[in-house]
Design a protein around this ligand. Structure first.
Ligand code: FES
Ligand code: FES
Length: 163
């Protein structure tokens, strides 16, 4: 099949794509984007999380037909145009929410999806927002702290821009 979609803000056309391929296989094995991790490969752990049209998706369970004509954002696409880490990524670093490279990209993506649909979540809502992402170090406290701080920072920034 031919596949047309927007990947991290850039339109992309790929030919000779096996339609049985999952989005995770395409990203990692053909496009060399290894930020989304292959954990369980069964839709359970969240390590492979990406955004499809801004909504959280487990790329190991996303058939390419669901991506054709849509917009995909991976962890690589969260950086600013000058390559700087986003405020959310920086908050993960500052609050000690990054403990391993395996769950963290998916966790940041889940947090990004949450903050896009709910810019001012409660701690309980944050916990629900990352419920599909497993951290085996059980460092959830720091992760919730980081997301809460990033939300507050985003709101403050928006207030400055409006004012
Ligand atoms: S690798 Fe996709 S949910 Fe675990
Ligand atoms: S920080 Fe990655 S599994 Fe806990």
């Amino acid at each position: 099949m031919e596949l047309n979609f927007i990947l991290n803000g850039k339109p992309l056309t790929l030919t000779e794509v096996d339609e049985e391929t999952t989005l995770l296989q395409l990203l990692r094995d053909r496009l060399g984007l290894t930020g989304a991790k292959r954990g369980c490969d069964t839709g359970v752990c969240g390590a492979c999380s990406v955004l499809v049209d801004g909504r959280l998706a487990k790329s190991c369970r996303t058939p390419l037909a669901q991506v054709d004509g849509h917009e995909v954002t991976t962890i690589e696409g969260l950086r600013g145009p000058d390559g700087d880490l986003s405020a959310l990524q920086t908050a993960f670093l500052e609050y000690g929410a990054v403990q391993c490279g395996f769950c963290t990209p998916g966790m940041v993506i889940a947090a990004e999806a949450l903050l896009r649909r709910n810019p001012h979540p409660t701690r309980a809502e944050i916990r629900r927002g990352i419920a599909g992402n497993i951290c085996r170090c059980t460092g959830y406290q720091q992760i919730v702290d980081a997301i809460e701080a990033a939300a507050a920072q985003r709101l403050a920034q928006e207030g400055e821009e409006d004012g």
